[in-house]
Ligand binder design. Structure first.
Ligand SMILES: [Fe+2]
Ligand SMILES: [Fe+2]
Ligand SMILES: [Fe+2]
Ligand SMILES: [Fe+2]
Length: 414
């Protein structure tokens, strides 16, 4: 059977996409380093307000805000790399090789459509005015966006968890002034003080930071084409995959297979890109689950199993914040649902599961079986399909999707 493509919502709200995805990154920073919740959003808000004060136009402000949301996008990758070298960042709770997350973070965003305008912003977000930052760049070599993010980041890390009082505002100002020409350049400090005088601290104290950020983040609807959507998806797949050593190419593998299936069915380019993105993001909720549970070698307790199951619910939550993503959310977040209603997180039944969600569930199982993991070999195509067929016979997976996966990958297993 030929299943229809037709993904209609091709206009993606740039700000909603990045706000929602930063929620996922926030889980990582919050759980690993004890930063207060919504750190990335507050950094983005402070940077945006300062950027506006500097007289930047909407387009530049939009770019800066997106970069600020993604300033630590390579943290999962950094932790993974340190673990490979025998260093447990989770115990020490500090970044020893500060340059590495700057380099990887810069590389990760280099595939994004707006990258040429923000080159070196993430790379230099820890540079200091006195040249003692990780790359020894001074103010003249560092874009304003990077300097704004640097100050906003340090201010938030240092002061966000404290209750607002006039003394706190004074302490922030003093901190910025005391570190002028060492950590921060005078232009950035001047902008920050001016924002403080405009009531920046009271605002962040009194209003929800998501609302504040959405108001400060100029709207830009992106008519992303297939290739650009795939670039965004690949970047996030990589971030998600670095969460666990066990599944280090799982999201990317699903995304690639989702695209192969979309091409197999002859869907139009928009639908192909959207289905790739759904595959890339299907496990984004795993960023909300602690790594020790994801990688626990022993049997899970009932409580731990519930936490694992929570990842699909978190995927649904994260993606439901993005207008235009209704279909993508449905295809991504239902990948553990079963036709007989025994799946999770919603216990949906066949009548509630569209073809692309059923297919994603089959692809998730197929990919997981084919993957090599530290505790198992990857299955052959035939063995994996036999398992899927058995699941279809038990009323769990869609038999036609299983058949199509078999035909699509039999001659050229990915
Ligand atoms: Fe950083
Ligand atoms: Fe940060
Ligand atoms: Fe999953
Ligand atoms: Fe998965």
């Amino acid at each position: 059977m030929i299943y229809p493509g037709d993904f209609k919502n091709v206009k993606i709200s740039f700000k909603e996409l990045f706000c929602a995805l930063s929620d996922a990154l926030d889980y990582v920073e919050n759980s690993l380093f004890g930063t207060t919740k919504n750190h990335a959003k507050r950094v983005a808000y402070i940077a945006a307000v300062m950027g506006k004060k500097a007289g930047l136009g909407d387009s530049e402000l939009s770019d800066i805000t997106a970069c600020a949301l993604l300033h630590d996008n390579a943290l999962t990758e950094y932790i993974h790399t340190e673990q490979q070298a025998g260093i447990n960042v989770l115990l020490s709770k500090e970044i020893t090789h500060i340059d590495s997350h700057c380099i990887s973070g810069e590389k990760n965003i280099s595939v994004l459509p707006f990258y040429p305008r923000v080159k070196n912003v993430i790379l230099y977000h820890h540079e200091r005015a006195d040249g003692y930052g990780p790359f020894h760049k001074k103010t003249a070599d560092t874009l304003l966006a990077a300097r704004l993010i640097h100050l906003a980041d340090l201010i938030d890390l240092r002061f966000a968890s404290e209750q607002y009082t006039a003394t706190r505002e004074a302490a922030m100002k003093q901190f910025a002034v005391d570190h002028t020409d060492t950590l921060f350049d005078s232009e950035t400090v001047g902008l920050f003080i001016s924002c403080l005088e405009d009531g920046l601290v009271q605002e962040t104290e009194q209003q929800d930071c998501t609302v504040l950020l959405k108001n400060a983040f100029p709207e830009k609807f992106c008519d992303y084409g297939k290739d650009e959507i795939i670039s965004v998806g690949a970047m996030f797949a990589k971030i998600i995959d670095y969460k666990s050593n066990f599944t280090s190419r799982h999201s990317l593998g699903i995304a690639t297979k989702a695209l192969r299936m979309a091409q197999f069915y002859g869907w139009d380019d928009e639908t192909q890109g959207a289905y790739y993105l759904a595959g890339a993001l299907h496990d984004i909720g795993k960023l909300a689950v602690t790594t020790d549970i994801l990688e626990k070698p022993d049997a899970l307790t009932a409580q731990e199993y519930k936490q694992i199951q929570f990842h699909a619910y978190a995927t649904n939550e994260i993606l439901s914040g993005i207008a235009g993503f209704e279909d993508i959310r449905e295809w991504a977040a239902y990948h553990h649902e079963k036709l007989d209603g025994s799946g999770y997180p919603f216990g949906k039944t066949a009548a509630q599961l569209p073809h692309k969600s059923r297919l994603m569930a089959c692809l998730d199982t197929y990919q997981a079986l084919r993957e090599v993991r530290p505790y198992k070999q990857g299955m052959t195509h035939d063995a994996a399909v036999a398992f899927l067929r058995d699941q279809a016979a038990r009323g769990k997976l869609d038999a036609e999707c299983v058949h199509d996966i078999d035909v699509c990958f039999r001659s050229d297993p990915a």
